[in-house]
Design a protein around this ligand. Structure first.
Ligand code: AMP
Ligand code: MG
Length: 195
């Protein structure tokens, strides 16, 4: 059963347990489907790079439930970052901020900054909620496709890409269908990195 119904709490819980144990899970967000691992576990995050064939110096976006989740990864949130959070979270806006030293180094591709996003999709939020209850502060997740291929907007695309070994939490067709906007808040003034 590689594709699991994202509105089934038992399926969400199973995927949260996989994440907590350092495994990979794919899940729906409002942008595209993500291939996730717990962001605070460097070995788990390395498995994302290996599965995708993605160069290890490309930073991943860390998905969090709320501002408290962001604070687990951010060294500090500037006033500008907090204003953007108030305006756009939860939603398809990623903020690059100074990274808390010693946390999520592999997810950040070794950079002193980290990209944080708080998704708005009910399946992503349920997964983050269940994962947090199991001690997972955030989930690093690039798009659930192999490096250089199109980002998936349906669970079936993810299955075709990675096969039935990988659990996919189904949330239907992604509403946005394109990657999040990225704003670099680690500098003053902030700068748009990706429209
Ligand atoms: P995605 O391909 O949607 O997983 O988004 C990953 C992209 O987010 C990277 O390729 C970067 O462009 C951007 N990104 C994530 N974290 C950072 C960071 N710490 N600094 C700069 N850009 C970042
Ligand atoms: Mg992609």
């Amino acid at each position: 059963m590689p594709i699991l119904p994202g509105d089934d709490p038992a399926a969400v819980e199973r995927c949260a347990q996989t994440l907590a144990a350092g495994g990979l899970v794919a899940f729906a967000t409002e942008t595209v489907y993500g291939l996730g691992a717990r962001a605070d576990d460097d070995a788990a995050v390395r498995a994302i790079f290996a599965a995708k064939g993605r160069p290890a110096d490309h930073p991943l976006i860390v998905h969090v439930l709320d501002v408290a989740g962001a604070e687990a990864f951010a060294a500090q949130l500037s006033d500008a970052a907090r204003r953007l959070i108030t305006a756009f979270w939860p939603g398809p806006v990623t903020l690059v901020v100074a990274r808390r030293p010693g946390v999520a180094a592999v997810a950040a591709g070794g950079l002193p900054t980290v990209g944080l996003r708080c998704p708005d999709h009910p399946v992503a939020r349920a997964l983050l909620q269940h994962a947090r209850a199991r001690g997972v502060p955030g989930v690093a997740a690039p798009s659930a496709n192999r490096f250089g291929r199109v980002s998936p907007t349906r669970a079936e695309h993810v299955l075709a890409e990675f096969g039935p070994e990988l659990a996919v939490l189904d949330g239907g067709e992604c509403r946005e269908g394109i990657e999040s906007t990225i704003v670099d808040c680690s500098r003053d003034p902030p700068r748009l990195l990706r429209p």
